[in-house]
Write a protein that binds this ligand. Structure first.
Ligand code: HEM
Length: 140
């Protein structure tokens, strides 16, 4: 049988490196970084690592909010969703992740779009609504 996607990505160390590079690209991307104005980035890093690890067949357990709850009231546009996917592909290319593995990760993430995008618009760089409730910071 084929190895799990988790193993083919290189396991937890590779996924951690991917998430950190991706987080830095998002932070530098004016098309989407306003949405993270009140986000606890330590929590986000952990949640993304656990989510990708679990979704690809690794030994982690995601403990964060559902994709619908986490992005509710954030007013993410489809243009912003696409911008985030472009940043992720740039990260994959940077680490020379194979086209097959990239496609498999994007196939897992694609269906989440309907839970995340609230505005069918190509606009990018839109602000985080004041009413948005950010997740509590992780205890540290
Ligand atoms: C497939 C695409 C996406 C995935 C898999 C994803 C995944 C996640 C995860 C796992 C969290 C952590 C939830 C928690 O802490 O409980 C999160 C939070 C967040 N996401 Fe996404 N996300 C996606 C798309 C987007 C897009 C397009 C934007 C905005 C442009 C966005 C903005 C945010 C922000 C700002 C937070 C932090 C929320 C807070 O402050 O509590 N996400 N996302």
């Amino acid at each position: 049988m084929e190895r799990s996607l988790y193993e083919r990505l290189g396991g937890i160390d590779s996924i951690t490196a991917v998430v950190e590079d991706f987080r830095d690209r998002v932070a530098a991307d004016d098309r989407i970084n306003k949405k993270f104005a009140r986000t606890d980035l330590v929590r986000l890093r952990k949640m993304l690592i656990d989510q990708v690890c679990e979704a690809t067949g690794g030994p982690c357990k995601y403990s964060g909010r559902s994709m619908k709850a986490a992005h509710e009231g954030m007013e993410v546009t489809s243009g912003e969703f696409d911008a985030l996917v472009q940043d992720l592909v740039a990260t994959f290319d940077h680490f020379k992740v194979g086209q097959k593995e990239q496609g498999e990760v994007l196939a897992v993430l694609g269906p989440l779009k309907t839970d995340i995008v609230e505005l069918d618009s190509s606009q990018v760089g839109t602000p985080l609504p004041a009413a948005y409730q950010a997740a509590p910071a992780l205890a540290r």
